[in-house]
Design a protein around this ligand. Structure first.
Ligand code: ATP
Ligand code: MG
Length: 598
């Protein structure tokens, strides 16, 4: 698939649906990011002042918290941040926002790196790694907190959590000052150091900014900066028993890394005044270099029929509604990869949706469209029978001289790429066909097998159906037909008889039995968690169906993760975990065209 922005017109189209591009171009034209120094590694004002002019025209970052697996919403943020850096001569950092010791794990760090790379992005630019961990900035954050205390801009509050909540006020009521708010810097500093030194219990007190308890923006009513929490951190171990709050840590991380455009989702809009307040205070004190980063908010990206909250995805896994984070029905990137979705299709979809100031819901069928466009060109073709019924060719020995004779057939690996060559398989006296390709009593317009009708076996002969066999219960166990002589595809007689139906088949003598997992959407509602609904109530009970299918012999030994188009059925992938030589397992990626709701 060609890159969506490889063409100048495509670039214009992208710009028009991405307001962030306009902001960056405005800033570049105004020279706002020029003259910035960058020391090659993150650091404070003195560190960067001693460095070189920043070779990056802009700096962006993707800042996941390593507390779960990435989902399709994160793909939006990844492609946005890395894509803007690529398009404007910038650099994008991969930064783990690992300031919360409780839920973060190395397992998630590794999985996140793997999936950012899978999407095709690289945090190494010109031989320099831009992989950072916020927990490496704890020393600076502590120093910044002491500076704020010294300036009278922060204080240690010993109210109980309930008192703090009550005194914060709400949208209509201004907050009330804490009795600890007027404490002098020296006393606050001593208290804060005691917090750091483990002299106080978890939750006994917090460090707060001193801003304005009457601010109409509740986030400016003396927000918390540090809390006491005795927890082992995945990077810093037991070195700290106080940890910075996200709202304090995040702006500092951006500034130390000299991020120019800090992009986040809409729910952080009300945090922006504090983001600016904090960075300006620290820059005024000479701790952080100017120009400071700016925060811009964009709408969250959602897909229909999925949930994209880490907490809800975790619940699906923990309560075993799915088989793990990489279950092919999950909207996690590991799940989508296992399902057979290609990074090219995910990127194309995400980049096509633009960026707006409102949360966007995209229909799953849009993703299917990009998948088909990508897979059609890449996937080799193969025949597979998913719901097998035996077809017996009653005049086979007459036509071929013996039931043991196998008649060689071939088909192109790809109909539009002849250079890929042909697949070989053979025609024999018994074939597997799809159960739906026979009707004892045809419905109106039915073109396939029914007694007296002629149909073509794709890449093979025309046959005439003569009847069927049934078991005692009346179930159809086999279809009977005779070969019409001299009608094989590719021979001069092939066009002598015109038939309307064409069906696919696999020879019983050479069919490979495979487990095929047919997936459907995980929920029955477009917005499973809309309006606070319990999303578990709308789980689709038919979201996974397993069948034993028969595959053509060219699929005898394919590598895991190889993708195919099973003719007429859609796209399938050899499962990257369970598929083995001698025990093939395939996942359905998507159908050939949108069969949504049918
Ligand atoms: P969740 O709500 O699933 O826990 P999160 O926002 O808490 O997600 P983070 O690891 O903090 O997860 O997110 C990393 C980045 O991805 C953030 O910048 C966040 O704004 C962005 N992001 C997360 N979900 C979406 C989404 N649905 N659309 C766009 N960006 C998103
Ligand atoms: Mg988050």
């Amino acid at each position: 698939m060609s890159a969506p922005n490889s063409h100048p017109d495509a670039n214009e189209a992208l710009k028009s649906n991405n307001f962030l591009r306009a902001i960056i171009e405005r800033d570049l034209e105004a020279g706002l990011t020029q003259g910035r120094k960058f020391a090659g590694t993150p650091g404070d004002a003195a560190h960067h002042e001693a460095g070189q002019l920043d070779p990056a025209r802009i700096r962006t970052r993707f800042p996941p918290e390593p507390n779960g697996y990435l989902h399709i919403g994160h793909a939006k943020s990844i492609c946005l941040n890395f894509g803007l850096a690529r398009d404007y001569g910038g650099i994008c950092h991969l930064r783990f926002d690992d300031t919360n010791p409780e839920k973060e794990e190395q397992e998630y760090v590794d999985a996140i790196k793997e999936m950012v790379a899978w999407l095709g992005w690289d945090w190494d630019t010109g031989g320099t790694s831009h992989l950072f961990f916020a927990s490496n900035y704890f020393d600076f954050m502590y120093r910044a907190a002491e500076y704020l205390i010294e300036q009278g801009l922060a204080y240690v509050d010993e109210q109980t959590p309930e008192e703090m909540r009550a005194n914060r006020g709400d949208f209509t009521t201004p907050g009330k000052d804490s009795p600890f708010r007027a404490r002098m810097p020296a006393e606050n500093l001593a208290r804060f150091r005691e917090m750091r030194d483990g002299k106080h219990a978890d939750g006994a007190m917090i460090l707060r900014a001193r801003i304005d308890m009457a601010s109409p923006n509740i986030n400016m009513r003396d927000p918390a900066l540090y809390r006491i929490r005795r927890a082992t951190h995945h990077n810093t171990g037991d070195q700290w028993c106080i940890y910075p709050m996200y709202t304090f840590a995040h702006p500092i991380e951006d500034a130390l890394e000299r991020i120019t455009h800090s992009l986040c989702t809409l729910e952080f809009e009300d945090q922006r005044p504090f983001y600016d307040w904090l960075l300006n205070a620290l820059a005024d004190g000479g701790l952080l270099a100017r120009p400071l980063p700016h925060q811009y908010e964009f709408g969250r990206f959602n897909l229909s029929y999925v949930v994209t909250s880490k907490r809800k995805l975790k619940q699906l896994v923990d309560e075993k509604h799915v088989n793990g984070w990489d279950d092919p029905r999950m909207p996690t990137l590991v799940g989508m990869r296992r399902r057979g979705y290609t990074p090219e299709a995910v990127r194309a979809m995400v980049e096509s949706t633009g960026v707006t100031k409102t949360n966007a819901w995209l229909d799953y069928s849009v993703l299917d469209g990009y998948l088909r466009a990508d897979l059609d060109a890449k996937a080799a073709r193969a025949c597979a029978v998913l719901e097998p019924l035996k077809l017996k060719l009653t005049n086979y020995a007459e036509i071929f001289g013996s039931l043991d004779h196998l008649d060689a057939c071939s088909a192109p690996v790809h109909p539009h790429q002849p250079e890929l060559g042909a697949r070989a398989f053979s025609f024999g006296p018994e074939l597997w066909i799809e159960r739906e390709d026979f009707m004892e009593v045809p419905v109106k317009g039915y073109q396939r097998l029914f007694p007296g009708n002629k149909t073509r076996l794709k890449y093979g002969h025309v046959i005439e159906c003569t009847g069927c066999e049934k078991d005692e219960a009346g179930n159809i166990t086999a279809v009977l037909a005779s070969i019409v002589p001299d009608t094989k595809s590719g021979t001069p007689g092939a066009d002598a008889i015109k038939v309307k139906g064409v069906i696919t088949w696999v020879g019983v003598h050479e069919a490979i039995a495979a487990e095929v997992r047919l997936y459907d959407r995980l929920f029955t509602e477009e917005q499973p968690d809309a309006g606070g609904r319990d999303f578990l109530e709308v789980l689709n009970p038919g979201s996974k169906k397993i069948v034993t299918a028969y595959l053509e012999p060219s699929l005898a030994s394919v590598a895991a993760d190889t993708k195919f188009q099973f003719e007429r059925h859609g796209y399938f992938v050899a499962d990257r975990i369970d598929h083995q030589a001698g025990k093939p397992v395939f996942n359905k990626i998507t159908g050939l065209r949108d069969s949504f709701g049918k």
